[in-house]
Design a protein around this ligand. Sequence first.
Ligand code: NAD
Length: 447
Amino acid sequence: MRIAVIGTGYVGLVSGACFSEFGVSTMCVDKDAAKIERLRRGEIPIYEPGLDDLVAKNVKAGRLGFTTDIEHAVPEADAVFIAVGTPSRRGDGHADLSYVYAAAEEIALYLKGYTVIVTKSTVPVGTGREVARIVRRTRPDAEFDVASNPEFLREGSAIGDFMRPDRVVIGTDSDRARAVMRALYRPLFLIETPIVTTSLETAEMIKYAANTFLATKITFINEIADLCEKVGADVHDVAKGIGLDGRIGRKFLHPGPGYGGSCFPKDTLALVRTGQDYGSPLRIVETVVDVNDKRKKAMASRIVEACGGSVKGRTIAVLGVSFKPNTDDMRDAPSLDVIPALQEAGATVRAYDPAGMEEATKLLPGVTWCESAYDALADADAVTILTEWNEFRALDLKRVRELMKAPVMVDLRNVYNPEDMEMAGFSYSCVGRPSRLMLNAVEKVLT
Ligand code: NAD
């Protein structure tokens, strides 16, 4: 079988490489000529573990190619996947569908023979029908169906997620399109992956419902963490205690500085807007968006507090700036709220991230970018962990203390253990776990 993938970003490139690994002849298209040039040279434009080997292997086998010319990809394809971005529309939070609709028009021009046009981008309910209208209007003679096949991969473990997903969702009204999609996903049928077949609208809704549910779960545990701090409870034990209940589940109950990334912030907001447009408001999701925005903004004040109420003239070391580990993606990362707030409060920021610095340099002016975690710590008055990269999990604490001006750590990812840190001589604060300081405060309230 042959497919074309329009948009060679995090989702398009991973999906294209994985389909080619399944044995499907895949042509990835992007209008960003520099990106395609790099891919043709064998360079991977994003940081995603394992992707370089997978791409190289399938290019070598002649199953995977890259082009800027959509006319070289679409006519031969049994299915064309739209994997372009759907960011928040500036100003109002609706999903910006201009890239999807532009891609639909371009695809229509080159359709030849029966083709399934698949939206893999995260798109609001109704988008698939609109894609079909656009294609029909542009090419009334074209023989095609539209399907929705939302993607659930996580950056940082994207290949494993694509190859062994919890489920595949296929939304279409056409038996013929369903048969093409089943043939493409045949290797996953063989490993008994649940395949959820639905209408177009239902598949589109599933993706938003999944992301907003996960964002809600994170926000819930973040608020429980805040309350734990006030009452002297340990949020990790609470998460374990509730998560062992099969109806709740243990995943996504890790507190932190608020969710960020390329999906949750824009998708929660887009679903809120859809609810409002249809007169069916999602008040829980509206609250989640509001609570999370405020949380990210409030994180800098935890660092200020740990520095005794002011960071003016102080140096703060920041470990990790990407929105999560194992990715270079900076979209809506908490660092984009925390670092400017620290700078505004008069701090100098020294930062290090294993993969995110190239992108972060463009977004965070005035930061001193460092060669390593230890380099960032030099003469710092405090250090904060914003992203839980593995290499920050076992820092040599003696060396950390020696490098820093003052042993103050604000661990917004709960990487370290409060007792260990106190024993190592740090003034340590984290999220939702009692430290001696917190317990003293609780005692004061109780007496
Ligand atoms: P991205 O910004 O990394 O990539 C989009 C690519 O599309 C860019 O390279 C851009 O140049 C290209 N593009 C735009 N218009 C084009 C056109 N007309 N022709 C050819 N190329 C075009 O985006 P992404 O993170 O891969 O996300 C893509 C979609 O997948 C979004 O809807 C997103 O919500 C969804 N999604 C993303 C993830 C994730 O973890 N990143 C996970 C699941 C779903």
